[in-house]
Design a protein around this ligand. Sequence first.
Ligand code: ADP
Ligand code: ASP
Ligand code: MG
Length: 402
Amino acid sequence: MLIVKKFGGSSVADRERIFNVARRCVGDYKAGNDVVVVLSAMGDTTDDLLDLAKSINPDAPKREMDMLLTTGEQVSVALMAMAFATMGIPAISLNAFQVAMHTTSTYSNARLKRIDSERIRHELDARKIVIVTGFQGINKYDDYTTLGRGGSDTTAVALAAALHADACEIYTDVEGVYTADPRKVPDARKLSEITYDEMLEFATLGAQVLHNRSVEMAKKYGVQLVVRSSLSDAEGTIVKEETNVEKMLISGVAADKNATRISLVGLKDEPGVAFKLFNLLAKNNINVDVILQSIGRDGTKDISFTVDRDVAKDAVRLLEANQARLTFQKISFKENVAKVSIVGAGMATNPGVAAKMFEALYNVGINIKMISTSEIRISVLIEEEEVDAAVRAIHDAFQLGK
Ligand code: ADP
Ligand code: ASP
Ligand code: MG
């Protein structure tokens, strides 16, 4: 068997944890399997590097940012190879260059395009454990790129797909995917299985346990994932196309604090206005999330929408520069908002799910600012400080802990 095992930052946070990971890999190796290990940067390294960069230049060039951040993963893989060496196990660390992990050019948010598997195959054939840096790639200029926060999951899935691995295991600091963040909701329940589609919504809506692109890629290439703890032997959560368990109405609640609401007031109420607005944002690579259009004063209309917090200022600047063409009178933005969502394949055929969610929020006095829905999710925008209470209230109302 060929097994890809990915360990997140907290799983390799110190010397002891590094040896713990090494021991967990040696078992599979000694049983005769080919083992590829994907690692994130140790502990809070990536955050620390970001802070360090900020102290030098708050608006650092993105290329240099990726040059800096990719060092974190390189530390982890080298130390892990050293740990294996102390155990007498043949192993080799490889970075994105050495593997040749090609990505798009976009620094800080690159997408994997192609992975050469030759070098890895060669090392596996020599019966080595191959340890690969997560989160990083190289672009057509031979520069380092990164895949976005949490991107090591995507590295692991991409390698599993490229190597036609028999298993792809994502080890983290919780025992699997839960009905809500187990650190915020103590009675959250671990799911034994979840479909790619539900997990993709869940990850996109803020359940950071898996990088959303990793789920997208797993679905595309049919890579079955297991999410489990690096510190216990508890069975994890299987992420796959179809689950055997009965379709649950709601599989979980997710929260995303990374939102900013932008409001445009007094737009002309005529065809093409929304098109011009969102087309401009799209052309500038600004993703828009929840959208609300309402009737304004004197025959005008208002449009509000949310964007990721780190692009909000760019978005506002862009819109201001195009004020006349977009026909709005006033623009404002609000940062301390957050999105809370419920996800579940069963809700498409069950009326009353939205009402129940809104009732749960009403019961704890939380006001909803915006609403958006799809077949398998409902999201609301609320004040950021009310997020934890909202998640718990909804989790209780749907009895997800039972
Ligand atoms: P890693 O460093 O291993 O990649 P992450 O911090 O990226 O770990 O993801 C694991 C974290 O995701 C957990 O510690 C947990 O707090 C958080 N999390 C959020 N939502 C969920 C959920 N529904 N199920 C499990 N974990 C979740
Ligand atoms: N080290 C990177 C981050 O903190 C990648 C990852 O953890 O997956 O975002
Ligand atoms: Mg992660």
